[in-house]
Design a protein around this ligand. Structure first.
Ligand code: ATP
Ligand code: MG
Ligand code: MG
Ligand code: MG
Length: 467
């Protein structure tokens, strides 16, 4: 059975709606209820207060397909894009949620039933994991569902104990994996080869039982709850009999559009995949009110746009191209997300402006970088070079790191940070005026963005929000 991504999204939402779940539309990627979180990175984010018991809804079960961003913040998959078959910056997470209604057993039964009966996936291709100590979940899978024990593994806290952050709802989880077959490299969950793309995680079932306090203690939630998340693009790949997410209908349409606009017929080129990924995150960020800037969320957006523009350059783009993809994206996703259609012009204008601005310095910066690389002794690009590219040519650090990685080089992040803080000191001495804070993020000035990965490009952002 082949289904396109829109049909799969509908099938999921309808399956749970028929079982008493309220269909809740996707919320914004800018969390309205959590100043500590940079972006909505999971389907449960808009429901956080419901899980905590501080927000009451008229329903106790819900289902949604939530737009998510994992670029910056606790989850950051930006570096994975173009390198794995399964990671995007922007993706849709479909989920079913129980707010104190059903719990572990029902959640597992729904997941299995949906995958094997609704989608008719062969049971023998499915593998499951449970948290090491969660015998209850293990027994449900082994005895009630009948999954053979050699396809169930017990996994430790890092992957199978879910927490929203340092504090807040948490609990053990159980994940379902799909085996894409022996022609793809990788091993089952829990083995050293698990990071390959053969066994792909498709669904995470979180058994939310606790609320972690600031001192680390686990306080039982008023009612144990369920939060699940399945990546629409990953399940679409399975349903369409392809191995990589980038081969599904939606991505193929974007890749073809990009190839046509740029004027290449090398459809398997990695840069096209990166561009197809990035047009989604950038367009949806702008839809949700973020504009390119030098701080906070706006800087994440700017970094993604500039990466996309650089990949277009790699493919030989002669003209601004990135904003031209918005039309195809709206054709593909406008029905599910009418706001995308409505804001099309705003998105295009913002992307075009940013691309034009960066195009002025891109070539010059690239030339300087390649001269530096030619002269390089060792395999680390020095911090002052990274800083010059950042400061004069508008190269975010992760962009320089992306270029470096293609040549098996790295960047000196510490040296960059050092150059950055010297610059900041000079600026402070020269002016008594403060920085341009992002108002939304300023709302809670106790917020420490400890979630940032230690990428030098973000160091500035972290620092800004610390004071
Ligand atoms: P992985 O281990 O593959 O990085 P994850 O454990 O980080 O995935 P979860 O946080 O459990 O993912 O999210 C729930 C589901 O969302 C995953 O099982 C997967 O189907 C999907 N998903 C997570 N991250 C991404 C991503 N970057 N791109 C596309 N889908 C994703
Ligand atoms: Mg991940
Ligand atoms: Mg995982
Ligand atoms: Mg997971």
């Amino acid at each position: 059975m082949s289904m396109n991504s829109a049909q799969i999204r509908d099938a999921f939402l309808n399956y749970f709606a028929e079982r008493g779940h309220e269909k809740v539309p996707s919320a914004s990627m800018i969390p309205g209820n959590d100043p500590t979180l940079l972006f909505t990175n999971a389907g449960m984010v808009p429901f956080k207060d419901v899980f905590l018991g501080t927000d009451k809804r008229r329903y106790d079960k819900a289902t949604s397909a939530q737009r998510c961003l994992r670029a910056g913040g606790k989850h950051n998959d930006l570096e994975n894009v173009g390198y794995t078959a399964r990671h995007h910056t922007f993706f849709e997470m479909m989920g079913n949620f129980s707010f104190g209604d059903y719990f572990k057993k029902q959640a597992i039964q729904y997941a299995w039933d949906f995958l094997t009966k609704e989608l008719k996936l062969p049971a023998e291709k499915l593998w499951v994991t449970v948290f090491t100590e969660d015998d209850e979940a293990y027994d449900i899978w082994a005895k009630d569902i009948g999954v053979p024990e050699d396809r169930i593994s017990r996994i430790g806290e890092k992957d199978n104990f879910w927490s929203m952050g340092d504090t807040g709802p948490c609990g053990p989880c159980s994940e379902v994996f799909y085996d894409h077959g022996e022609e793809v490299w990788g091993g089952p969950p829990g083995t050293p080869e698990e990071d390959g793309d053969r066994y792909i995680e498709i669904w995470n079932l979180v058994f939310m039982q606790y609320n972690r306090q600031a001192d680390g203690t686990l306080e039982p939630l008023p009612d144990p709850s369920i939060d699940t998340g399945m990546g629409l693009e990953r399940i679409s790949a399975i349903m369409q009999n392809v191995h990589s997410n980038y081969e599904i209908d939606l991505f193929q349409a974007l890749i073809k559009a990009a190839a046509e606009i740029i004027g290449t017929d090398d459809l398997d080129n990695k840069s096209l995949r990166v561009i197809a990924d990035h047009i989604r995150s950038c367009s949806f960020l702008i839809t949700d009110g973020v504009m390119p800037s030098n701080e906070g969320r706006g800087y994440v957006l700017r970094r993604i746009i500039r990466r996309a523009v650089r990949h277009g350059h790699l493919l030989g783009a002669k003209d601004t191209f990135f904003f031209r993809l918005v039309d195809e994206l709206a054709r593909q996703m406008g029905e599910a997300y009418p706001e995308l259609e409505q804001k099309k012009q705003i998105i295009k204008d913002a992307l075009e402006r940013e691309e034009q601005q960066f195009a002025r310095t891109l070539e010059r910066g690239l030339a300087i970088l390649s001269d530096e690389i030619a002269e390089l002794k060792g395999n680390v690009i020095p911090g002052d070079v990274v800083f010059k590219l950042y400061d004069t040519y508008g190269f975010p650090v992760d962009l320089t790191a992306d270029i470096a990685r293609e040549q098996e080089l790295t960047v000196d992040e510490q040296g960059f940070e050092q150059a950055m803080s010297e610059q900041r000191q000079r600026a402070q001495q020269a002016s008594q005026f403060g920085m341009d804070y992002n108002q939304q993020l300023k709302s809670d000035n106790k917020t420490a963005f400890t979630g940032y990965d230690n990428v030098a490009g973000q160091a500035k952002v972290v620092e800004l929000f610390k004071d």
